[in-house]
Design a protein. Structure first.
Length: 487
């Protein structure tokens, strides 16, 4: 019993000592942001904008006062009534707040494009309470970067860092004006790098868990050396406030944009003239790729840079100008960053072989969206197949319209095919399985091709949908789910 007591006393002592050491070690490792804030805080500014908007005489009265917590939430969704019920169609001013930071002592500063979008006046307020009317030199909506200029000299400026050297897990600090609370400081870590967001093809976002809220937009993200590594731009939120997912534009992307805006007032981007999609696991297997990587070309614009270079629909772009493409989201950034008129090498996977294709980069222009047009009318007798597709041959007029030599029209979807992503009106152009690609010439030939494929194997179809092409994979085992005769 006495020996047992001694062991318990020893374990207790070691446990307490270990706990004390852990707490002490953690205490020493906690970062101190005070010097960073003192040195870099004066270069962070508050940005207020006003926009004149017309209100209708019949608009509903706004049910909340500006001081009511519900004001900001409902302001975007409910129409407003003029202050004076008798002023009918007069114009009222809408206000918004954001943040920014000074990059040159003569008054140039950066913020988000959405902070100044549509603004009639932009007011910049410094930490010493001075206010200046700012001029918008330029704004780029694709990257959400705007360059402003105020008439002042001898201003404090931020120090710029290298976003490429950031590491996941590294401490970062944001300074801004959340909800109008100027010069607020929040801190967190880098959660991920190179994050792609929906509809955001030109920015490899830095994801952090720094508390970012409305009003922080356009403010700087600092590393622990007091260097700006990003511009806080977006948050993911279901409530409208911070939920632990914040996204910043890498500073190197922002500085390239501001340089172009300052020198020319606009941003030039390269383009290839292609439509791409992600390479799924099933598509990689179908095309015979060793790994799931690259960007598959769905369509090539006629007469565009890619078309002139010889790129084809179905090519998988694995490298652009020597840089490996691990996901399709990386390609638009690399192409856009290329100088229009320059030449680059594109490595593609085509029909089981690697090819290096030289291409001259084109100039990106704002383009309208071409709506998909379903084909009408039946081109021949309907046939069904083992995938549950009821298809028919294209008429000569339909082939001329689509400029196709073959292809069959999907008229009905049954069984598993109805859940595959295919649509009636789609035109099947080719069948791809286990690295082999077969062009579809007729409904009868399509059915023969499908009957030759192992029922347990995945089948990928190259589809023409309106003006676009895409790949749709039907997983193995779908065969036999249709109601056709399969022959």
């Amino acid at each position: 019993m006495r020996r047992l007591s001694r062991w318990l006393l020893l374990f207790s002592f070691l446990g307490l000592t270990g706990l004390s050491f852990t707490v002490s070690a953690q205490g020493r490792s906690l970062p101190d942001f005070t010097v960073l804030v003192e040195q870099q805080g004066p270069a962070v500014v508050n940005i207020a904008t006003t926009q004149r908007v017309r209100t209708g005489a019949q608009a509903m009265p706004f049910p909340f006062d500006e001081n009511d917590p519900a004001f900001e939430l409902f302001r975007r969704f409910l129409p407003q009534m003029p202050r004076d019920p008798g002023d009918g169609g007069q114009r009222d001013a809408e206000k918004s707040l954001g943040s920014g930071f000074i990059i040159s002592s003569d008054g140039y500063l950066l913020t988000n494009a959405h902070v100044v979008d549509g603004a009639d006046t932009v007011t910049v307020r410094l930490t010493d309470k001075r206010e200046f009317r700012a001029k918008v030199i330029g704004a780029d909506k694709r990257t959400d970067v705007a360059l402003l200029k105020i008439d002042a000299t001898g201003l404090p400026t931020v120090r710029l860092g290298d976003a490429a050297r950031l590491k996941v897990g590294e401490w970062v600090v944001a300074i801004g004006s959340p909800f109008g609370f100027e010069n607020s400081v929040t801190a967190g870590i880098v959660s991920a790098k190179g994050r792609a967001l929906p509809q955001e093809n030109y920015v490899p976002f830095i994801q952090t868990d720094v508390a970012i809220n409305p009003g922080n937009s356009g403010g700087p993200l600092f590393n622990m050396n007091g260097e700006v590594v990003g511009i806080n731009s977006q948050i993911y939120s279901r409530s409208g406030g911070f939920m632990g997912l914040s996204f910043a534009i890498p500073i190197d992307v922002a500085m390239d944009i501001q340089q172009q805006l300052r020198s020319t007032g606009k941003v030039s981007r390269g383009r290839l003239g292609i439509v791409i999609q992600e390479v799924s696991k099933e598509l990689a297997e179908a095309l015979g790729l060793a790994q799931q990587a690259g960007a598959v070309v769905n369509a090539v614009e006629r007469g565009g840079p890619a078309d002139k270079a010889g790129l084809e629909a179905g090519d998988v772009i694995l490298k652009f100008d020597g840089k490996t493409i691990t996901s399709s989201a990386e390609l638009p950034r690399l192409v856009a960053a290329a100088k229009p008129g320059s030449r680059a090498s594109v490595q593609v996977w085509r029909k089981g072989k690697l090819r290096d294709i030289p291409v001259q980069i084109g100039q990106m222009v704002e383009e309208g969206t071409v709506a998909a047009r379903p084909l009408s009318g039946k081109g021949g007798a309907a046939s069904s197949n083992r995938l549950g597709l009821v298809v028919s041959d294209l008429t000569a007029a339909q082939r001329r319209e689509l400029e196709l030599d073959g292809g069959v029209l999907i008229e009905e979807l049954r069984g598993a095919a109805a859940r595959s992503g295919l649509r009636t009106g789609d035109v099947i152009v080719a069948v791809i399985s286990k690295g082999s690609t077969s062009e579809v010439k007729s409904a009868e030939q399509l059915n023969r091709l499908l009957n030759q494929v192992d029922p347990a194997a995945n089948v990928t179809l190259l589809i023409r949908r309106g003006e676009m092409q895409t790949f749709v994979t039907i997983r193995g085992g779908a065969a036999g789910n249709g109601n056709g005769n399969g022959r």
